[in-house]
Design a protein around this ligand. Structure first.
Ligand code: NAD
Length: 430
């Protein structure tokens, strides 16, 4: 680790256990030489979260005992607008992880040019071990504990891993009860009956598809007739797969936590969705052949869509990948070593901070609609989403071509320039 990075390290993190925050610091160091010199003086701001709140979340369990949970809310940067980012419930959540995810939200929001900073929250809990009423009490107590820093103008949480529209409804209700009136704009990803937005559920998958089409156009590839591999057939992967098929492509292989299936003639995605809804995964689907999980990576395709978990494309499987374009639906699916291997093999990677930004973009639309109490049609949402994604892609693509860097580095250049320009013109208070 460079001395520079050691300087940036706060006393509450240990250099030998930096975790995801360490990866983020490396990404900032990598992009710094490309920033204009008057912005480089502000780069330290990116290496220090603006505000970190660690809270104790005690609740009564159903059996009458009391249990304490560790909760976090991190606001990484608010130079361009209020903090924005999801809330994750997972037993392995760490401060380093929430810090990194909050920073990646700053980058993502700036890359697609929505007027937000970056934030993220988390509770160290396996929500499957709680009853519904325990989950509600934990969500409400956590919301009250972070009440001092969230709000429609300051920091707007949204769903992430293991949280959903019901959790957002409880958060909105708790915040509103403390405030004395309804404040729908304090969270996004709410149920449509509570000021949620049409099109939010499909937004991330739709964004993945739009960006894939733009990347195809730039590289002379046809979506019609293209072969697609999808890892993860949930919200993001499932929606993207449907849209690719509508666009005339063939989904030839799908992998999820229940196994891997292949049909080179094209999987019937509508039938697969029904099967997944009934059985919980792609395993056992009759319209395709079951193959070994490791063979998923070597199937020849034009597009590979990782849309499951982080760290899936590694130095081990990257050399086997035979595709033209990887479009990252998941957050952080490609390790830095794998990124270098794919680039050396002429495989284009469209990074998560652009490719999966459709979700936060429609969250932004939801927030705007809540403020004006005027709701748009689904067609209006999709049309605006597509425009934002196309503009974001072309700005980043241009930089990658001009500077001859990967699309990921280009996305960081565009985003960090926007964040630090805002910092620069705002100046330092006092
Ligand atoms: P989801 O829970 O709806 O689907 C997850 C999918 O991943 C499921 O099909 C599951 O079977 C599969 N999966 C889980 N473990 C796996 C494994 N070991 N191997 C292969 N597949 C596995 O989740 P989602 O909302 O579709 O999110 C997927 C990814 O996209 C996550 O990384 C998430 O952070 C990211 N993302 C989601 C959104 C959104 O709006 N939903 C926005 C931005 C980023």
């Amino acid at each position: 680790m460079s001395t520079e990075q050691q300087h940036a390290l706060p006393s509450y993190l240990r250099a030998e256990e930096l975790g995801p925050w360490g990866i983020y610091l490396q990404q900032v160091d990598r992009v710094t030489p490309y920033l204009e010199s008057h912005l480089q003086r502000w780069v330290e701001t990116l290496k220090r979260p603006k505000r970190i709140l660690v809270v104790d979340v005690p609740i009564h369990l159903d059996d009458g005992t009391v249990r304490h949970f560790e909760g976090y809310r991190v606001q990484h940067n608010t130079s361009r607008g209020p903090g924005k980012g999801g809330l994750r419930y997972h037993q392995d959540v760490t401060l380093s992880e929430v810090m990194a995810l909050s920073a990646w939200m700053s980058i993502k929001n700036a890359a697609v040019n929505v007027p937000y900073g970056g934030a993220k929250g988390g509770i160290r809990v396996d929500p499957r071990t709680l009853s519904r009423s325990e989950l509600e009490r934990m969500t409400r107590r956590y919301t009250s504990e972070i009440n001092v820093i969230i709000g429609p103008n300051s920091d707007i949480p949204a769903p992430d891993v293991n949280t959903n529209d019901q959790v957002m409804a409880w958060m909105m209700d708790t915040y509103s009860m403390n405030l004395g009136h309804s404040a729908t704009g304090v969270v996004t990803g709410k149920p449509v009956s509570l000021g949620g937005s049409l099109g939010r559920r499909e937004a991330t998958g739709r964004g993945v598809y739009v960006v894939a089409c733009e990347a195809a156009r730039q590289t002379g590839l046809e979506v019609e007739g293209a072969r697609i591999a999808v890892q993860g057939f949930g919200n993001v992967g499932g929606t993207a797969a449907h849209l690719f098929v509508e666009g005339g492509a063939r989904v030839v292989t799908v992998q999820d936590h229940t196994g891997t299936i292949m049909n080179l003639g094209g999987i019937d995605v509508a039938a697969l969705s029904k099967h997944v809804a009934e059985f919980g995964g792609v395993g056992g689907f009759q319209g395709a052949e079951k193959i070994a999980d490791e063979d998923f990576w070597s199937i020849e395709t034009e597009f590979l869509i990782p849309a499951a978990l982080e760290g899936q494309i590694t130095a081990k499987n990257a050399p086997k990948i035979k595709t033209k374009i990887v479009v990252e639906g998941a957050n952080g699916p490609t390790t830095p070593e794998a990124d270098d291997i794919l680039r050396a093999n002429n495989i284009l990677v469209i990074p998560d901070v652009v490719a999966n930004a459709g979700g936060v973009t429609v969250s932004y639309f939801e927030w705007v609609q809540d403020f004006s109490s005027f709701f748009w049609t689904e067609d209006e949402i999709n049309e605006r989403l597509e425009r934002v994604m196309r503009e974001a892609f072309s700005a980043v693509w241009l930089v990658s071509q001009e500077k001859k860097v990967s699309v990921r580095t280009a996305a960081f250049i565009v985003a960090c320039t926007r964040i630090l320009t805002a910092r620069d013109v705002r100046g330092l208070y006092p």
